[in-house]
Design a protein around this ligand. Structure first.
Ligand SMILES: Nc1ncnc2c1ncn2[C@@H]1O[C@H](COP(=O)(O)OP(=O)(O)OP(=O)(O)O)[C@@H](O)[C@H]1O
Ligand SMILES: [Mg+2]
Length: 247
């Protein structure tokens, strides 16, 4: 796998939603092949906005974005981007639009020209990887929040992407599923750009962190404070150890 190739290059990007204050200004970011970058920021800091700019769902107010070494400005420039970079939406419902799980997950591969038989094999494989085999005929919109997230991720992995952009991949997932997902994602030989408010998860799937604050993106060498669960009697759930709760 060639390394050093610039998968994403953002230079001096600013963005404001129409009639609203500035969300991003002077943002620079380079993501090279094989890198695993985490974006950290408070609610409303602009993380989702940044990801939507990369995927071409919105266009910068100023500045430049190049993906796979090519400037991307028009809708047609992003067709190749969306084929090669798998984007997991923060809200899984934005990703699922077919009646059943198997149709949702097969949609991308069929669009890429796979046969029905090949697409069915891919559906089986990714559902199994994510531990949701047997979900094929479930009705997508009737799934639980966490189940929808997993199916949305299955639809992303089914495209066999070169890079993943993950917007809050753990929201709604239980602890065991999060752990399984972290293991899976850390083993994939892919470029990753992700955000999550779960620092434990972030530190497992990414290794370089950028902070987004007041519209500015900056590299941070911070040691990421995160909670972790350890097991002892009564220790299954997140809890504190201090003077108040010495157990
Ligand atoms: N469609 C929109 N129109 C106007 N303002 C918007 C729109 N979408 C987002 N915003 C605003 O832009 C800012 C950045 O939102 P964004 O969703 O990018 O934040 P975020 O960092 O992803 O937050 P979270 O951690 O809650 O997901 C917020 O102030 C939000 O209210
Ligand atoms: Mg967001």
């Amino acid at each position: 796998m060639p390394t050093g190739e610039r998968i994403i290059e953002i230079t001096g990007v600013a963005y404001s939603y129409p009639g609203a204050p500035v969300v991003l200004e002077g943002v620079d970011l380079v993501v090279k092949r094989g890198e695993r970058i985490g974006i950290i920021g408070a609610n409303g800091a602009g993380k989702t906005t940044l990801f939507h700019l990369i995927m071409g769902l919105i266009r910068p107010s100023s500045g430049n974005i190049a993906i796979f070494g090519r400037p991307v400005r028009k809708e047609r420039d992003f067709l190749d981007v969306r084929r090669r970079i798998g984007f997991l939406f923060q809200n899984a419902e934005d990703q699922l639009f077919c009646p059943t799980v198997k149709e949702d997950v097969a949609f991308g591969p069929l669009n890429l020209g796979k046969t029905a038989v090949e697409a069915a094999e891919i559906v089986q494989r990714v559902l199994q990887i994510l531990g949701i085999d047997g979900f094929e005929n479930r009705i997508s919109h009737k799934l639980s929040h966490g189940e929808k997230k997993l199916v949305a991720l299955a639809s992303v992995l089914a495209m066999d992407p070169e890079a993943l952009i993950l917007d809050e991949p753990t929201a709604g997932l239980d602890r065991e599923t999060k752990t399984r997902l972290a293991e899976l994602l850390s083993k994939l030989d892919l470029t990753v750009l992700a955000t999550s408010h779960d620092m434990d998860f972030m530190s497992r799937i990414t290794d370089t962190f950028y902070g987004l604050d007041e519209g500015r993106l900056g590299k941070t060498d911070l040691v990421i404070p995160h909670t972790h669960v350890h097991v002892h009697p009564g220790g299954e759930y997140y809890h504190r150890h201090d003077d108040e709760y010495p157990q």
